[in-house]
Each structure stands twice: as C-alpha cells, then as structure tokens.
Design a protein around this ligand. Structure first.
Ligand SMILES: *Cc1c(COP(=O)(O)O)cnc(C)c1O
Length: 365
C-alpha cells in the first residue's frame, strides 16, 4: 500500500468533484469503434480554425523556443483599441477559466463566501470548493439567475459574485435594466464578475442584451470576462481576458503566473480580433443552426430553453439514457448535472445538426 495522500489533501479538495468535460471524439472512437462522429458537446466553434490564424500560427512556430511576452503587450493593445479601454484594465488568462480562478484566489479565503446561481457554469462551484470558501448557491428562476435573490444573499463575508450572461448550460440571459439595477445595489466591497463568454453571439441584433463594459466607470467593483474560445474559434489555444479598473487588474497581475498565456495563443488571438469575416460567419452559422435545431424541437414537441449562446438545452426526458444512445450513433452531446431531463447541444454545421436530429428522431423518440 502506498501512502494515503488523500488524507493529506486539504478538506476542501477531498470534497471536490472533478470537472466533467465533454467526451473527446478520440475517446468515443476508442470505446465504440465508431468512425463517423459529430461532437456537439463543448460549445466549440464548428467552423474550424480561421485560415488567417493558421497562417499567423505557422509563421510564429519558431517563437516556441522562447518564453512568451509575459505582459501580452500586442494583444492588450489591440483589445484596448477595440473596446476603448486602457491597457492597464486588461488581464489576460489561459482561457477565461484561469481568470475566474485567479480572481477568486486574489480576493477569497476560507473565511469568505462566493455567490453564484443554481444551474450556472459549474466552474464557479468548483473554484469555490477548491479554495474551501463558502458556497452561496442561489436557487435559479426560470433556469436563469435570480438577481434579486442573489443580491439578498450578500453578507459581510461575501467577496465575489459570479454571473454568466448568457448563462451556460441553460442559455438564459439577463437584460440591461435588470443587470444595471443589480449592480447599483451591490456594495462596492463585493466584486461582481460578469462572464460574457458568449458575448459575440448574444449581442447581435439584441439591443436589450447588455455590453457590461459600458458600466466599468460606474461600478469600480465590476469585472467583465470574455474569451477567444467560442465565437473566435480558439478553444484549444486557451486565451481569455478580464477587463476591470486598473487597481483590480494590478492585484490579479500579482497572483498571475508570469507566462500564463502561450505565444501562439497571443498571436492567434490578436489576429482573430481583426478577422471580422470569421466572426461574421461564426455568428451566421450559429443563427442558422439555432433555428434548425429549435424548429425541429418544436416539431418533435420537445421543450427547450431559449438560448442566446451557441448551444441549447432541450428536454428529452431521461437525458442520461438519450445521451448514451446518441453516443452509439456517433453523436456526442452533454448531459447536465442536476438537470436530469436536459441535454445541452452545441450548435454545429448544418450537416452535423442533421446527424444529431436524425439520431434523435430515428433511434430515440
Ligand atoms: C466556455 C465558457 C467560458 C470560457 O472558458 P475558456 O476558459 O475561456 O475556454 C467561460 N465561461 C463560461 C460560462 C463558458 O461557458
């Protein structure tokens, strides 16, 4: 018997359940011997890597022997220009997931509580648990954030509130007035992270969806997070950013590992900021695919939660069973923890969506 290291782990880590990622395509190939596989499980961009980014990445392969620019100067400069903020307000992360953790490690101890919503992004609970902080999980309203209840949950030990807008896995969203009213009521000593991972999809043709960056001056405790993983199609490279007042960014910078974002990610992200054509196509393919799926759900009498993201949660009855059956047909979707009737399906290309719908109709219903 080897030493029982489990007993050495912190009590918080002993109670931690590891994050369950969407099933990788290669894993399904190995397990079931299926060749024709479609993955609609991790809200990835179905367009594949942008050709422009490919060229940039290839041109910078020789940089890999060097450490990346630890300050991400060029990318921050482009982001600052695009969003009309100071570079000092930007923190880059190894995906926005790293930034979510970074902000918690910067402000939260075991004495503090973190507020997040039921049915919100599972990483919020995971981070809270890993730190051994107190969970204030607020019951959802219509599958989304109940901001009034979240505001009421604030107490003297609360340091952080995580809000996903739109929310993953439900796709629900909070409108401008509601979010602004909430921000006005939160004490300045409580940091509000608005996680806008799906901003580029949600903001199109939707004037009621807030661009939280406009409130940075009004609310010094606001931190807005976005990512290159979704509409920009760089999930595998891992790069996201937080925008906040400089005093918060400076604190995050103390805790941040020196070379947290790799050089290819920096180059590719910077290239993508200028790749309007790719972004337009991402958004267009998402709108068409969302229409395709939700029209079929209506025809099949399947209830779904209206979504502003690149995914939709649909009520299929016993979701775990349907998930398993779909796997056998080569379709990877995502069951949702604590929502046993719902499958989350990422929007794919038309043919991928068709493959999912056919499997759903022919083999399952
Ligand atoms: C996908 C997603 C992220 C992005 O994660 P990265 O680490 O940037 O890939 C962040 N928040 C939510 C709610 C998400 O769904």
């Amino acid at each position: 018997m080897s030493y029982d290291f489990f007993q050495l782990a912190t009590p918080a880590v002993q109670a931690l359940q590891p994050y369950q990622p969407g099933k990788p395509i290669e894993e399904l190939k190995r397990e079931y011997g299926i060749k024709n596989i479609v993955k609609l499980a991790s809200n990835e961009n179905p367009l594949g890597l942008s050709e422009r980014a490919k060229v940039f990445i290839q041109a910078h392969l020789q940089d890999l022997t060097r450490y990346p620019d630890g300050n991400g100067f060029a990318l921050k400069k482009s982001l600052a220009q695009k969003y009309q903020v100071e570079t000092e307000m930007i923190t880059l992360g190894n995906g926005s997931n790293e930034l979510l953790e970074l902000i918690a490690r910067t402000f939260v101890t075991t004495e503090n509580s973190i507020i997040y919503s039921q049915y919100s992004f599972p990483v919020y609970a995971l981070i809270t648990q890993a730190l051994g902080a107190k969970h204030l999980q607020v019951p959802a309203k219509n599958w989304g954030h109940d901001l009034i209840a979240m505001q009421q949950a604030i107490n003297s030990d609360t340091r952080l509130i995580f809000i996903a807008n739109p929310n993953n896995p439900t796709g629900t969203w909070i409108d401008k007035l509601e979010l602004q009213t909430f921000l006005k009521q939160v004490p300045e000593s409580v940091i509000v992270v608005v996680d806008e991972a799906y901003f580029e999809y949600a903001s199109v043709e939707n004037p009621a969806y807030p661009d939280s960056l406009q409130w940075l001056k009004d609310f010094p405790n606001l931190v807005v997070m976005r990512t290159f993983s979704k509409a920009y199609g760089l999930a595998g490279l891992r790069v996201g950013y937080a925008i906040s007042q400089p005093n918060i960014a400076h604190l995050l910078n103390r805790v941040r590992q020196p070379f947290n974002v790799n050089s290819l990610a920096l180059v590719a992200a910077n290239c993508m900021l200028a790749d309007n054509d790719y972004l337009k196509r991402s958004i267009a393919i998402n709108q068409v695919g969302m229409q395709q799926l939700t029209t079929a759900f209506k025809r099949l009498n399947l209830a779904f939660i209206p979504s502003l993201g690149n995914f939709v949660a649909v009520n299929v009855g016993n979701a775990m069973e349907v998930y398993e059956k779909l796997l056998r047909c080569g379709v990877i979707t995502r069951p949702i923890a604590n929502m046993p009737n719902y499958l989350r399906v990422s929007i794919g290309l038309e043919a991928e969506n068709d493959m999912f719908l056919e499997a759903l109709q022919n083999y399952i219903l």
